[in-house]
Design a protein around this ligand. Structure first.
Ligand code: FES
Ligand code: FES
Length: 156
């Protein structure tokens, strides 16, 4: 049975009608029209669906719309704009830290959450923060450089 849920996404309120156990990912993409979180595995194994919920990284493929309602949800679209990218986004562009790009939104979300908590992460801290984010294109060394570049930019 469908219910109506109030979602706060990137600072805007949305009212959506869905079954309560619908994955947040489907609602973000199909009802709200945000394309950055992507379906990869559906089982918290790849990170392509990552979003920020109340400041924590979340897997939107398994988080239900019922459990996301009333919380502050941020997707990559909420970090910055093409004209004014967030330092994490700017660093990934500068380092060309994407190939096909399918994983990149989730990786930038993980990097944002990491840098919010640890402004000067070492290699091990970056590795741990990104361990749930898979990239089959092999961009890892560029991603590490991008995270370090973003940390330097945020420290200025
Ligand atoms: S689609 Fe959510 S972790 Fe893979
Ligand atoms: S850039 Fe293709 S999967 Fe990561």
């Amino acid at each position: 049975m469908s219910d109506t849920f109030r979602l706060s996404v990137n600072g805007r309120e949305h009212s959506v009608t869905a079954e309560g156990d619908t994955p947040l990912l489907y609602v973000l993409r199909n009802d709200i029209g945000l394309a950055s979180p992507k379906y990869g595995c559906g089982t918290e194994q790849c990170g392509t669906c990552n979003v920020i919920v109340d400041g924590d990284k979340a897997f939107s493929c398994t988080l239900t719309v019922r459990d996301a309602a009333g919380k502050a949800i941020v997707t990559l679209e909420g970090l910055g704009t093409p004209e004014n990218p967030h330092p994490v986004q700017a660093a990934f562009i500068a380092e060309q830290a994407a190939q096909c790009g399918y994983c990149t939104s989730g990786i930038m979300i993980s990097a944002k959450v990491l840098l919010d908590r640890n402004p000067d992460p070492d290699t091990d801290a970056i590795r741990v923060a990104l361990q749930d984010n898979l990239c089959r294109c092999g961009t890892h060394s560029r991603v590490f450089r991008a995270v370090r570049r973003a940390a330097r930019a945020l420290a200025r």
